[in-house]
Design a protein around this ligand. Structure first.
Ligand SMILES: O=C(O)CCC(=O)C(=O)O
Ligand SMILES: [Fe+2]
Length: 316
């Protein structure tokens, strides 16, 4: 597949942060609808998360990942914390094609998180990011609700528990002569993902058979929709395939997964099926089950690539 220079659509969210927006919010909503239709991805600017906070989080995470392995390995949770996934530090298993290390952070109010003793300020900065990105998730969810033509407040009511949201700080290892996979091509399983990154680059989005680079732009946040929105919309909104290609130097990024609680059922909504005379393309599933299958893909990768579980597992 050819590389492409076509840039991601940019959406200016400023109108959602002013009282008198003279039609700007409607225009931004239309831009989100179009971006979801064409790319499943967009770059958000004026999103309400201070650029200084994003830059500080990236700097502190670089300082953390630069610590010796034995220091990082101490950032592990007590067994049986009850978190949906282990919080804290981890490395991809040696047999994985993905070559990165990461730190998982849940909503700080849940008490699952474990933090390194250094660098100073890490915990405060990461928790502030989590809080601001949760707010952004709630805003984008309102915009998507409008884009999808759902009854006002539908998504807010359906996705009302924040216990499965998680943020990861990641460091990708430098590419070698032999291979450069950072994260292999995938779709995100959740509702809405936010990514911010340092200046190295390497995130790419598949569009019409071409890999479009999601280039680093300071202060901006890359937004994509995940499988839950794809299923609810009965494929009208696509969870775009993306990957990370490693560069010759370490790369740092944060991904925040605005998720769905594991106890929720997921199925195509009547607005996209019965009400418009279209058959559902997925059978209903419990989100927890899908999330577990996805984790198993990572921890116990199947021998055959076709056995990796995607949301098509539930396709009718
Ligand atoms: O690091 C990135 O830029 C993207 C990470 C990603 O796609 C993921 O964690 O699902
Ligand atoms: Fe992803």
């Amino acid at each position: 597949m050819a590389a492409s220079s076509g840039a991601l659509p940019v959406v200016d969210l400023a109108p959602f942060f002013t009282e008198d927006d003279s039609g700007g919010a409607a225009r931004a909503t239309a831009a989100v609808r179009e971006a979801c239709r064409t790319h499943g991805f967009f770059r958000a600017v004026n999103h309400g998360v201070p650029a200084e906070l994003l830059a500080r989080a990236l700097e502190l995470s670089a300082a953390f990942f630069a610590l010796p392995d034995e220091e990082k390995a101490k950032v592990r949770p007590a067994a049986g914390s009850g978190a949906p996934l282990p919080a804290g530090y981890g490395q991809q298993p040696a047999h994985s094609t993905d070559k990165n290390e990461y730190l998982v952070v849940f909503d700080p109010r849940l008490g699952f998180n474990v933090y390194p003793a250094e660098p100073a300020g890490f915990r405060e900065t990461v928790e502030e990011c989590h809080r601001k990105l949760t707010e952004l998730g709630l805003l984008i969810q309102e915009i998507l609700n409008e884009c999808m033509g759902l009854p006002p407040g539908f998504l807010r009511g359906y996705n009302d528990a924040r216990g499965f949201d998680l943020m990861t700080a990641k460091r990708y290892f430098p590419a070698t002569e032999e291979e450069n996979v950072g994260i292999s091509a995938h779709e995100d399983s959740n509702c809405i993902t936010f990514i911010f990154q340092d200046g190295v680059g390497g995130l790419e989005v598949l569009k019409d058979g071409d890999w479009v680079p999601a280039e680093p732009v300071d202060g901006s946040i890359i937004v994509n929709i995940g499988d839950v929105i794809q299923v609810l919309s009965n494929d009208k909104f696509k969870s775009a395939t993306h990957r990370v290609v490693r560069k010759p130097v370490h790369r740092h990024s944060f991904a925040f997964f605005f998720n769905l609680h594991g106890d929720k059922w997921v199925e195509p909504l009547p607005e996209f099926t019965a009400k418009i005379g279209e058959p559902p393309r997925y059978r209903r599933f419990l989100y927890r089950e899908y999330q577990q299958l996805r984790v198993r893909n990572k921890t116990h990768p199947p021998a055959r690539i076709e056995d990796i579980v995607h949301v098509s597992h539930y396709a009718i």
